[in-house]
Structure formats: C-alpha cells, structure tokens
Design a protein around this ligand. Structure first.
Ligand code: B12
Length: 214
C-alpha cells in the first residue's frame, strides 16, 4: 500500500494545491522516505494525473506550467538528501532533452539520480541539437548519452542524434539511452538507439550495465 505522505504529495499536485507541495515533500523526508520513492510515487504520479487532466480538457496549459514550476521548486529539497560524490566515479553521462522539446523535469530527475550514484553528469539542458550533443561527446570523451523526449512530434530528433554519432565516427563507442513519456522499447528499435528506460531508476540500472561492459 502506498505511504500516506507520498499519496499526499501526489494528491496535492493532482488537485493543484501547489502551495503545499514543498512542505509535503519535506514531511516525507522527515518520515524517512527516500528521494527516489518520493519522486517515483509522489511527484511522478501527480504530474501524470495533471497531464491526463490536461489531455481531457479539465486542466489548462497554465495549470501544467504551474505544476511544472512547483516541482522544480521541490527538487532542491530532494537533492540535498541525495549524496553526490560518495560513490566512485562510474563514468560521464551526457543528458539532454531532444531538439524541439522543452520538458525538463524528468531529465533533471534522471540527472540527480545518476549524479547521486557516482556519475559525472553533463546536462546540456532542453531543446538540444544533435550536433551539440555529439560535439560534447567528442570534446569530453563521454561515451554514455541519455536523451529525454516527451513530445511524439519530436521523436525524429532521437534518430538525428543516432545519425550524428554515426557521421562523427562515434556510433560504435557511444551508448544512446532514451526515456520520457512518449518513448518505448519499440521506438528505441525504430530510432536505432541502444536502450529504453521507463523510469529514472531504470536509467541508473541501464547506465550501470553499459559502464560495466565498457
Ligand atoms: C509538466 C509538463 C509540461 C511543462 C514542462 C515544464 C518543465 N519545465 O519541464 C510545460 C507546461 C512547459 C509543458 C509544455 C508543453 N507540453 Co507538456 N507536459 C507536462 C506533463 C504534465 C508532465 C511531464 C513531466 O514533467 N512528468 C514528470 C516526469 C518526472 O516524468 P517524465 O518526464 O516522464 O520522466 C520520467 C520518465 O519518463 C523517465 N525519463 C525521462 N527522461 C528520461 C531519459 C532517459 C535516458 C531515461 C532512461 C528515462 C527518462 O524518468 C523520469 C522519472 O522516472 C506531461 C504529461 C505526462 N503525462 O507526461 C505533459 C505532456 C508531455 N505535454 C504535452 C504537450 C502537448 C505540451 C505542449 C506542446 C503544450 C502546448 N500545446 O504548448 C508544450 C510543449 C512545448 C515544447 N516545445 O516542448 C503532451 C505531449 C503529447 C505527446 N505525446 O506528444 C503531454 C503528454 C500532456 C498531454 N497528455 O497532452 N508541458
């Protein structure tokens, strides 16, 4: 059964009771819940419901924006509880939301979880072109790339990154992992990427697999 305080975070986001989100997140931490649990079951599920209500016309774009902003405010509270630098460095991951797409919350969560688990994260931000991702892979020597995509109209941007890596002669060296609401295993195969992860915890597991194989 879901913890009551996590459910309260989810419900506060769902009902747009946004003034209370940060204090509810703090309450979860005080009760000993981990940032990962709060993110996955509280914040993630709450935003999912807001997204669905936006889809059915119950909520407006302004609601979506507000929910996104409040979650951004809550992130530093969670970040303070994560422990970057404790683990030994496992490798460098380049993270970006693909060209044409400005959703960043999921990408930021993936970034926090990776850096809390020993990865050096180079976050290029949102709406990032394939060429700047591959230029960064070249200049940093990073071999792990995480792409976030939430808009189904922009998934072609994933293929552009795969193609840019090929054109740069780096396709065999880099591992391109995709995630975000509109992605799937099938899309991963279609775009020629290396792996698909549904959650930020999956992202960690997948990158761990690749960094061990390297
Ligand atoms: C918040 C939000 C926004 C905010 C973003 C704020 C911000 N700073 O990021 C704002 C208001 C700006 C926004 C704008 C738009 N949005 Co919007 N948005 C959302 C919403 C409600 C939540 C997204 C979110 O943050 N979820 C929470 C995070 C934690 O989840 P996540 O991103 O999926 O990430 C998790 C996993 O997917 C995974 N993951 C994420 N990235 C990666 C990467 C890797 C490598 C891996 C392994 C895993 C992984 O880990 C995360 C944690 O577990 C979704 C609804 C939904 N159900 O997704 C719509 C949604 C994505 N938006 C949508 C739309 C249409 C838009 C707009 C086009 C609206 C408009 N008409 O203008 C614009 C897009 C502008 C643009 N060019 O990008 C649609 C997309 C439909 C589609 N399939 O294409 C959705 C699905 C809403 C809907 N149901 O219609 N949006």
């Amino acid at each position: 059964m879901m913890n009551g305080s996590i459910a309260a975070v989810r419900d506060a986001i769902d009902t747009l009771d946004l003034d209370n989100v940060c204090s509810l997140v703090q309450k979860c931490l005080d009760e000993g819940l981990t940032p990962e649990e709060i993110i996955e079951h509280g914040i993630g599920q709450g935003l999912d419901i807001v997204g669905k209500k936006f889809e059915t016309g119950e909520y407006f774009l302004a609601d979506l924006i507000m929910a996104g902003e409040v979650v951004k405010e809550a992130m530093p509270i969670l970040k303070r509880r994560m422990n970057p630098g404790l683990a030994s460095k496992r490798g460098t991951v380049i993270l970006a939301t693909v060209a044409g797409d400005i959703h960043e919350i999921g990408k930021n969560i993936v970034g926090m979880i990776l850096s809390a688990n020993g990865y050096e994260v180079v976050d290029l931000g949102v709406d990032v072109s394939a060429s700047s991702i591959i230029d960064t892979a070249r200049s940093t020597g990073a071999r792990l790339i995480g792409l976030s995509a939430l808009l189904s109209t922009m998934v072609h941007s994933i293929r552009e990154v795969v193609e840019a890596s090929r054109a740069a002669g780096l396709r065999e060296q880099v591992r391109i992992v995709i995630g975000g609401a509109c992605t799937s295993q099938a899309l991963c195969a279609e775009m020629g990427a290396d792996a698909y992860g549904e959650t930020a915890i999956d992202a960690l597991r997948i990158f761990n697999g690749f960094s061990q194989a390297a």
